[in-house]
Write a protein that binds this ligand. Structure first.
Ligand SMILES: Cc1cc2nc3c(=O)[nH]c(=O)nc-3n(C[C@H](O)[C@H](O)[C@H](O)COP(=O)(O)O)c2cc1C
Length: 456
């Protein structure tokens, strides 16, 4: 299909020339351009990933200008309400960068050393790759080669993780060739790319769900000299989306045409395949599932919970054991889960019985949450009538004071995980022709061996 609004993609040399022109004939300073670039990156992140859902951010900054953009983005994200950490292993000595470090330290936004970074980076919701930009050439060097390797292997390492961190690359996915892209095929595959000034040629090969342009400062003289075709920025926005977005949960976005006709013999493999597609489609809550429970005399109730983990043992979520669902499950362990991914028009129903996970597993889930979400269950307010919001805010404040940063918040004994062990699966795929696909799986006893059977 022909692109209705063609966009200019720059060669490496054009990008360098435009940068020079901005700082000579157009009168900008490097400080101004860095500030505007970093602000655009932060604005684009906030447009897609709300801080209520994606709170914990790690910005990995390289030694040059791209790292500077990352430092500015980190400051703005902090002011937007995100919990931002920065990894800046090779600090540039120029006053611009020293000033940015001082600004971040005074917030305070913590700087993490390489040694203190967890190998798998799973403690974060957003990883900002601000390592190398458009002037990068050749092979990444230590310690950035290892950081790039960790970002590149993240998706593989997170298989089965319901909400792996999302990767945002600033201007160029680090390690990519500025014009030819990910030549080795083993580079970072970001979920979001924020091109700056104008996209570089490698951005044509970006196939993640969110491509934005930032850097709303290009004067007409540069636009006409390079015959730049760039999308107009809406209203007062510092960023603009490029290309066809892939998420129907967001305004103005069309759903991906994803029809999956292949059938796996194993329902867990089938589920993981669909879940991976839903996670990559940029949906708001791909891990949200409706949970139905019933009293012992069969009166049902539904609510939404968040999938914490899925593996062959079943589907795990966490909650207050004294809640309504907790008390219903204690008298009737039969339950059902429903995922509905509206942009894809897919749904998955899972039926089975529910068990509590071990205390050790609940501890692990509890302490993997950000501190503010750890505090909420300690207030013990789920499914009860509370005397008023003010009382809850006061209790929350008291808990924050009782357990300052650096101390361990103890898990309340009535908070923990449940695992639904599946006995049936039903996958449903809506189709424009109204011929919907339905796949059912159920467990069958085959000479004493329990096996999954599939019926289309
Ligand atoms: C997207 C979304 C995710 C939610 N995730 C959870 C969760 O993981 N655990 C939980 O206890 N409540 C979660 N809730 C809140 C529940 O839907 C529900 O209000 C709460 O658990 C009380 O349910 P109950 O009184 O039926 O036990 C979530 C709500 C939404 C909208």
């Amino acid at each position: 299909m022909e692109n209705p609004e063609p966009i200019t993609y720059l060669t490496q040399q054009q990008a360098a020339e435009i940068d020079q022109l901005l700082m000579t004939q157009s009168g900008y300073t490097i400080d101004q351009l860095t500030e505007l670039a970093g602000l655009s990156v932060a604005a684009a992140i906030a447009e897609v990933h709300r801080q209520s859902e994606y709170k914990r951010v790690l910005v990995i900054c390289g030694p040059g200008n791209n790292g500077g953009d990352g430092l500015v983005a980190a400051r703005h994200l902090h002011h937007f309400g995100y919990n931002v950490c920065i990894c800046y292993p090779s600090r540039a000595p120029e006053p611009l960068y020293e000033g940015l470090v001082t600004q971040l330290e005074s917030l305070p936004a913590p700087f993490l050393s390489l040694e203190s970074l967890p190998e798998e980076l799973l403690n974060f919701d957003i990883l900002v790759d601000a390592i190398f930009g458009f002037s990068f050439d050749g092979n990444p060097w230590p310690p950035f080669d290892d950081l790039i390797r960790r970002l590149a292997s993240l998706r593989e390492n997170c298989r089965g993780h319901p909400k792996p961190p999302t990767i945002v690359s600033v201007d160029i996915p680090s390690g990519w060739h500025v014009e030819d892209g990910d030549i080795s095929g083993e580079g970072i595959k970001p979920d979001m790319l924020v091109s700056l000034t104008a996209p570089k040629l490698c951005a044509k090969r970006f196939d993640g769900p969110h491509h934005f342009l930032g850097g709303r400062f290009v004067p007409p003289s540069i636009v006409s000299k390079y015959e730049l075709k760039l999308p107009p920025y809406p209203g007062t926005s510092m960023c603009v989306r490029i290309g066809e977005p892939t998420c129907a949960d967001q305004p103005g976005v069309s759903p991906p045409k994803c029809i999956d006709k292949s059938v796996e013999a194993d329902p867990f493999v089938q589920f993981q395949k669909w879940f991976d597609v839903a996670s990559a489609a940029g949906l708001k809550y791909p891990d949200a599932m409706a949970l139905s429970t019933a009293t012992k005399d069969g009166k049902p109730a539904l609510r939404t919970v968040q999938l914490k983990k899925v593996d062959r043992g079943g589907f795990v979520w966490c909650n207050n054991y004294s809640s309504r669902k907790g008390s219903e499950l204690s008298e009737n362990p039969h339950a059902s889960l429903l995922f509905y991914w509206s942009a894809l028009n897919w749904q998955v129903r899972v039926e089975g019985f529910v068990q509590k996970v071990s205390n050790e597993e609940s501890e692990e889930y509890f302490h993997s949450r950000s501190r503010d979400i750890q505090i909420t269950p300690t207030l013990g307010i789920q499914s009860i009538v509370i005397p008023g919001r003010e009382v809850v805010y006061q209790q929350y404040k008291e808990m924050e004071e009782k357990y300052p940063e650096g101390t361990t918040i103890p898990r309340p004994q009535n908070w923990g995980g449940y695992r639904l062990v599946p006995e049936r699966f039903e996958f449903w795929q809506g189709d424009e022709s109204s011929v919907h696909l339905r796949l059912r799986y159920f467990v069958q006893d085959n000479d004493g061996k329990m096996e999954w059977r599939c019926a289309e």
